[in-house]
Design a protein around this ligand. Structure first.
Ligand SMILES: Nc1ncnc2c1ncn2[C@@H]1O[C@H](COP(=O)(O)OP(=O)(O)O)[C@@H](O)[C@H]1O
Ligand SMILES: N[C@@H](CCOP(=O)(O)O)C(=O)O
Length: 321
């Protein structure tokens, strides 16, 4: 359950009065998610999500994130449109947090995607990249290498036992990776949290993409490396070659990778595994029992690092050029 900042029905009613959605009939906390507070709201104007932005979602980045979903929806891509308040703004304030009302999309996120679903998910990611290519917004990665170091330093105050061993290995991996991180790769606005639970499916068909709050301008293959880590491994962190190659096949149906991007996969795969291991480790170590949220396990992401360290580009299952 992700509720960091509780909202009463009366508070929600007062807040959405500004959004022209008519009367509120129901408000229910949403069980999934770990970053922001989310409620499903039922109004005369239909079902929406009420989101209060927390923690890693800096207010300054929100015009980029919401602007990107609006841009994509305008291009016919199924991203949820934010609703404008009476002032014309997407972003208001509720209980001390920036807050927004977001269009509800049909479908359900996946936990263990099949190869067929992965191909469709990969194809959709390429579509996202191409349709976002002319989006003019700018935002640097809010959880980039500088933040990984800060997260590691913060974790250092609390980590003990297994967590400490994991943290030490992560810092060593960061030292190895930092000089290897490539630049100058094809880039644009990217999702940066393209996990199967953020792609809403109806059967094998992906109907929409949500949760653009880590979105920023970055290398397309960085987004792809994040997605491969999220889609192509089992719950223990072991690679599933069939799903990995299915996702890549789908992506390349929409956009062919350049040679430099293919060569960057092992380093970016390891770096993105470090990034998600660190945020999960941090959230586990700094969990507040008053929050209605279930922190995610860092161990399966930590396990992915070994695969990427040993991998060559061919191990991701790309068809030969
Ligand atoms: N626009 C939407 N349409 C339908 N469901 C949504 C939408 N936005 C969020 N959800 C639901 O809320 C859950 C949490 O949202 P998410 O954006 O992933 O949270 P967080 O910001 O914490 O990462 C999702 O897994 C999904 O079930
Ligand atoms: N996808 C990330 C963290 C954000 O998770 P979400 O469920 O809120 O989208 C992870 O799995 O670590």
């Amino acid at each position: 359950m992700a509720v960091f900042t509780p909202v009463t029905p009366d508070q929600a009613r007062a807040f959405i009065a500004d959004y022209g959605l008519g009367a509120l009939s129901e408000i229910a906390p949403i069980a999934e998610g770990v970053e922001n507070t989310n409620y499903r709201i039922e109004t005369a104007g239909g079902r929406h999500v009420l989101t209060l932005f927390e923690r890693r979602t800096d207010a300054a980045g929100l015009p980029f994130c919401l602007g990107l979903t609006d841009h994509l929806a305008g291009r016919g891509f199924a991203a949820p449109r934010p609703v404008r308040g009476a002032s014309g703004d997407w972003i208001g304030r509720l209980n001390g947090r920036p807050a927004a009302v977001i269009q509800w999309l049909q479908g359900a996120g996946l936990h263990t995607p099949t190869a067929v679903q992965a191909t469709a998910g990969g194809r959709l990611l390429a579509d996202l990249h191409l349709k976002a290519a002319d989006f003019a917004g700018r935002r640097a990665n809010p959880v980039g290498p500088a933040q990984w170091r800060l997260l590691a330093e913060k974790c250092d105050h609390r980590a003990a036992g297994d967590s400490r061993r994991m943290l030490e290995a992560l810092v060593a991996e960061l030292d190895r990776l930092e000089p290897l991180l490539p630049d100058g790769l094809p880039s644009g606005a990217i999702h940066a949290d393209y996990f199967p639970d953020n792609v809403l499916y109806e059967g094998d068909r992906p109907g929409g993409v949500i949760d653009f709050y880590f979105a920023h301008v970055g290398a397309w293959v960085w987004d792809l490396a994040i997605a491969l880590n999220a889609w192509g491994f089992d719950t223990e962190g072991r690679p599933d070659e069939a799903v990995l190659s299915a996702f890549l096949r789908g992506y390349e149906q929409g956009r062919r990778l350049e040679r430099a991007e293919v060569e960057a996969l092992p380093v970016l795969g390891a770096a993105s595994a470090v990034r998600f291991t660190l945020t999960r480790l941090h959230d586990q170590l700094f969990h507040d029992p008053d929050w209605l949220v279930t922190p995610k396990d860092p161990a399966p992401f930590f396990a992915r690092i070994a695969f990427h360290r040993a991998a060559s580009p061919a191990d991701y299952g790309l068809a030969p050029a």
